[in-house]
Design a protein around this ligand. Structure first.
Ligand SMILES: Nc1ncnc2c1ncn2[C@@H]1O[C@H](COP(=O)(O)OP(=O)(O)OP(=O)(O)O)[C@@H](O)[C@H]1O
Ligand SMILES: [Mg+2]
Length: 441
C-alpha cells in the first residue's frame, strides 16, 4: 500500500484573506512541491490582530476546507504566519570563549553564544521572543562567517536578531488555529515569511527590502548579506486606501474597493480626465481617473516615504542595491513599482511568489508571497535549525495535541457627483493626511 505523502502546510492568517498552502514532500529528495492553495475571506482580523475569535476561527476553517478539497488530502499540522502591531526587532551580541587553545566550534558553543546574546535582551513583561535569528557569526575577530560549526578558533561571537511580540498575540493565534481543529507546529512572523517567499538569494545578499502591503498591515523585511537585519509590521495597508476613497468621495466601502482597482499610478496624462461611473444606491456618480489615482497615490506615497522610509533608516543600512521587492495585494496596483521607485529613489520590482510556477493560477500572485514563504521557512528551518530559532515554541509544548520534535509551535444620503467638490475634498484630505503623518512620526 502506498504510504500517505508527507505534507507541509503553511497557514497565512491575514486581514483580508486566510490562505493555506499545502506542499508534498518528495520522499527521495526531501524537497517539497506546492500541490494546492486554499483561501477564504478573513473575518475577525483587523490590522493583523484577531478582534473576533469566532469569526477568525470560521475563516480558518473555510480556508482549510478549501485547501483540503483542492488537494484531496487531509491534514492537521500547520505552521502559521501572522503579524501583530507591536513587533520589536532587536539586535544583541553574544560572545563565548572556546579556550586558550583554538578548537573546533561545537553546537553547544553556538547555543551558549545565543544564550549570552539573549541575556542582553530587555523583554517587557507579557512579551515573548518569537524568533531569534543569528545574523552574523564572528570567529577570532573575523566576521561574515556563514556557519561556524566545525571551524577552529578560540573566541566565538554572534549577532542575534530577536523578534519580540506580545505574548497574548501569539496565544490568540494559537488558540484560533487550534479551535479550527488544527495543530500548530510552528509560528512565523509575516514579514519573514514574505521575504522567504519573494526575495531571491541574490537580492538578499546584495541588500534589499521586501515590503508586503496587505489589507491591514505593511510588513517590512530588510536584508543584507543574506540575513534579515530588521523585521517590522506597520498597521497600515490597502484597507486604508479603500477607506480614504470611501471617506473623501463619500461612497460605500465596497464601491471604493472596486474603484481603487480601476486606476493605475502611472496613468497617461490623456486618461486622467476619463470618467469612472458608479451606481451608488440607484444614483449615478462619476469621478475622474485622476481624482481616484490622486487619493490612492497619496496614501501609497505616505506609506512608503514616511513609514517604510523610516524603517529603512532604522535598519542602519544606507545602501539597498537590489532595492525594494513589493509583495501583498497592494503590490497589484497598476504602476506602483515605478511610483514607489520615484518616491524612494530605489529600484523596485513587484514580486509574485518565487514558487508561483508551482501554484494554481489565480492563487499565485503577490498577495500569496508570504503564504508560500511559510513552506520555504519550514524547509530552511529544518536545514539550518540554528538559523531560525523559535523560543516562543515553549508556548506550544504543553498543548494537548502537540506532538513531534519539529513542533519546536459603514448612511449615504448625499453622494459627490460634482467633480469640483470632489477636488476640494481630495485636496483637504491629502493635506490632512500628510499633516497627521508628520505629527505621528
Ligand atoms: N488589483 C488590486 N489593486 C489594488 N489593490 C488590490 C488589488 N488586489 C488586492 N488589493 C488590495 O490588497 C489588500 C489585500 O492584500 P493581501 O491579500 O495581501 O492582504 P492580507 O494578507 O489578507 O492582509 P495582511 O497581510 O495585512 O494581514 C486589500 O486592501 C485589497 O484591496
Ligand atoms: Mg498578508
Amino acid at each position: 500500500m502506498k504510504a500517505e505523502p508527507e505534507l507541509l502546510v503553511g497557514l497565512d492568517l491575514g486581514t483580508s484573506k486566510v490562505a493555506v498552502v499545502v506542499a508534498e514532500r518528495d520522499e527521495r529528495t526531501g524537497e517539497a512541491q506546492i500541490i494546492g492553495v486554499g483561501q477564504a475571506p478573513s473575518y475577525g482580523v483587523r490590522k493583523g490582530l484577531i478582534v473576533n475569535l469566532e469569526q477568525a476561527v470560521n475563516s480558518v476553517r473555510s480556508a482549510v476546507d478549501d485547501a483540503r478539497h483542492m488537494v484531496g488530502l487531509s491534514f492537521r499540522h500547520v505552521t502559521v504566519a501572522f503579524s501583530g502591531t507591536d513587533v520589536q526587532s532587536v539586535l544583541t551580541r553574544g560572545m563565548v570563549s572556546l579556550g586558550r587553545t583554538p578548537r573546533p566550534v561545537l553546537e553547544g558553543d553556538v547555543e551558549r553564544a545565543i544564550e549570552v546574546a539573549q541575556s542582553e535582551l530587555d523583554i517587557a513583561s507579557n512579551h515573548s521572543v518569537l524568533h531569534a535569528i543569528p545574523v552574523d557569526f564572528c570567529l577570532d575577530g573575523h566576521s561574515g562567517i556563514d556557519d561556524p560549526l566545525g571551524m577552529t578558533g578560540s573566541r566565538l561571537e554572534l549577532e542575534l536578531q530577536s523578534l519580540i511580540v506580545p505574548t497574548s498575540t501569539i496565544q490568540n493565534v494559537i488558540n484560533c488555529v487550534e479551535k479550527a481543529g488544527l495543530i500548530v507546529d510552528g509560528l512565523v512572523l509575516k514579514p519573514l515569511a514574505a521575504a522567504m517567499g519573494a526575495l531571491s538569494t541574490e537580492e538578499a545578499h546584495s541588500g534589499a527590502a521586501v515590503v508586503d502591503v496587505g489589507g491591514g498591515t505593511t510588513g517590512i523585511a530588510v536584508y543584507s548579506e543574506g540575513r534579515p537585519r530588521r523585521l517590522s509590521v506597520i498597521p497600515v495597508g490597502g484597507d486604508h486606501i479603500t477607506n480614504d476613497l470611501a471617506c473623501v468621495l463619500k461612497i460605500p466601502t465596497s464601491k471604493a474597493e472596486a474603484l481603487k482597482r480601476e486606476v493605475a499610478l502611472d496613468e497617461e496624462e490623456g486618461s486622467l480626465e476619463d470618467l469612472l461611473d458608479l451606481d451608488v444606491r440607484g444614483q449615478k456618480v462619476s469621478f475622474t481617473v485622476g481624482q481616484v489615482a490622486e487619493i490612492v497615490g497619496c496614501r501609497v506615497e505616505e506609506i512608503f516615504e514616511t513609514l517604510v522610509g523610516k524603517e529603512l533608516s532604522k535598519s542602519g543600512l544606507t545602501m539597498f542595491p537590489a532595492g525594494i521587492v513589493l509583495a501583498g495585494g497592494v503590490a497589484k496596483t497598476g504602476g506602483i513599482d515605478a511610483f514607489v521607485s520615484d518616491v524612494l529613489d530605489l529600484p523596485v520590482r513587484t514580486a509574485p511568489p518565487l514558487d508561483a510556477g508551482r501554484m494554481p493560477p489565480g492563487r499565485n500572485g503577490a498577495e500569496f508571497a508570504a503564504s508560500a514563504g511559510v513552506i520555504r521557512y519550514v524547509l530552511q528551518k529544518e536545514l539550518k535549525p540554528y538559523r531560525y530559532l523559535e523560543p516562543s515554541s515553549s508556548l506550544l509544548q504543553d498543548r494537548p495535541d502537540h506532538v513531534g520534535p519539529s513542533s519546536v509551535k459603514k448612511t449615504f444620503t448625499k453622494f459627490v457627483a460634482d467633480s469640483r467638490e470632489a477636488d476640494g475634498a481630495i485636496k483637504r484630505f491629502t493635506e490632512t493626511l500628510k499633516k497627521s503623518f508628520r505629527e505621528l512620526f
